[in-house]
Ligand binder design. Structure first.
Ligand code: NAP
Ligand code: ZN
Length: 350
């Protein structure tokens, strides 16, 4: 059936209203009326073809929350009216070793992204949450246990939340650990909240002087403006773990130098242009590591949502209408968002 969406027909084309088709729900499908969708920097990278392989029309959006409006005959975990979420994946092979371990994001046959992935549905590639409705296999639908009035601020948990939660858990962040979060944007501000809730000593690294006070309110114990060499040097050799969420190419040595022996710098940002090659001796002489991490599996995403509901954690958001998406991208590029734009999908009908 036809539904309204917002997307672009080319890398240099504006985000505009369009009509797209959604499949009729199959036996295992959940049909969702989307209430809100977060705006991730990945949406901007993809729609503007900063990464290779964007297929047009491109309808981004993978921080989806809404209400179930129909379920297939074999769906047992969801009912019409339930409040649910969908993140970055809508399918995976379900039989490789990674899928078997609940790590669908590392599916050896390639997971199906919520947008820009091949699908038998029209038009041949997936179309995301900048739309009024979506139909998703029930295995990739998450239960939302937050209060309904928090729903817009829950949306960013579906990507920014899980992309920071998963590495924080994997590298055993908790009490007694000194943890850095680099780049206080959509991902980074969730990283600060989550690392704080896990009991770590949290240091926020920002290039924006205007975020110095705010980052403390998010849960940072200390804030470092990373352009200030003296402030950086004061933290040399002291971190167990640093999570780098920066969306642009930058010098990684400034952060590896802050790790203790055996510390890890984990990258989640995927900039358009490569980072300069890191200084190998800074790694070798302290057995430091640079690693990467991709979103999180479905079971871990549910665990993260439940952790956030239990700890009263949501994102700090600025709500926008669908007509304001391009303007929001421009502000995001200037690091001028505190801390995530969320689209009110009801404005798509206008
Ligand atoms: P965002 O809201 O734009 O935040 C990025 C932050 O990085 C900015 O707020 C800014 O923070 C800092 N920054 C920006 N330009 C910088 C520069 N030139 N030098 C240093 N710092 C800079 O973006 P996001 O939505 O959090 O996404 C961040 C990145 O993660 C994107 O590349 C996105 O594609 C990627 N991502 C990866 C995954 C994954 O699974 N690995 C999942 C989602 C997103 P300050 O103002 O504090 O400096
Ligand atoms: Zn994302």
């Amino acid at each position: 059936m036809a539904t309204i969406a917002y997307g672009a027909h080319g890398a240099d084309k504006p985000v505009e209203r369009m009509s797209i088709e959604r499949r009729a729900p199959g036996a295992h499908d959940v049909q969702i009326d989307i209430a809100y969708c977060g705006v991730c920097h990945s949406d901007l990278h993809q729609i503007r073809a900063e990464w290779s392989g964007t297929i047009y029309p491109c309808v981004p959006g993978h921080e989806i929350v809404g209400r179930v409006s129909a379920v297939g005959a074999d769906v047992t975990r969801f009912q019409v009216g339930d409040i649910v979420g969908v993140g970055c994946m809508v399918d995976s092979c379900q039989h490789c070793a990674s899928c078997g371990e609940g790590l669908e994001q590392y599916c050896e046959n390639g997971f199906t992204g919520t947008y820009n992935s091949p699908t038998p549905d029209a038009p041949g590639h997936t179309l995301g949450g900048y739309s009024q409705q979506i139909v998703v296999d029930d295995k990739f639908v998450l239960k939302v246990r937050h209060a309904e009035e928090q729903l817009a601020a829950v949306a960013p948990l579906l990507c920014a939340g899980i992309t920071t939660y998963s590495p924080l858990r994997h590298w055993n962040v908790g009490p007694g650990k000194k943890v850095g979060i680099v780049g206080i944007g959509g991902l980074g501000h969730m990283g600060v909240k989550l690392a704080h809730a896990m009991g770590a000593h949290v240091v926020a690294f920002t290039t924006s002087e205007s975020k110095r006070e705010d980052a403390k309110a998010l849960g940072a114990d200390e804030v470092v403006v990373s352009r200030n060499d003296e402030e950086m040097a004061a933290h040399a050799d002291s971190f167990d773990f640093i999570l780098d969420t920066v969306a642009a190419s930058h010098n990684l040595d400034a952060f590896t130098a802050l790790l203790k022996r055996d510390g890890t710098l984990t990258l989640v940002g995927v900039p358009e242009h490569a980072h300069p090659s890191p200084d190998v001796s800074a790694l070798i002489f302290r057995r430091r590591a640079i690693a990467g991490s991709l979103i999180g599996g479905i079971a871990e995403t549910q665990e993260m949502l439940d952790f956030c509901a239990e700890h009263g954690i949501v994102a700090d958001i600025e709500m926008i209408s669908a007509q304001e998406i391009d303007a929001a991208y421009e502000r995001m590029l200037r690091s001028d968002v505190k801390y995530r734009f969320v689209i009110d999908n009801a404005t798509m009908a206008a």
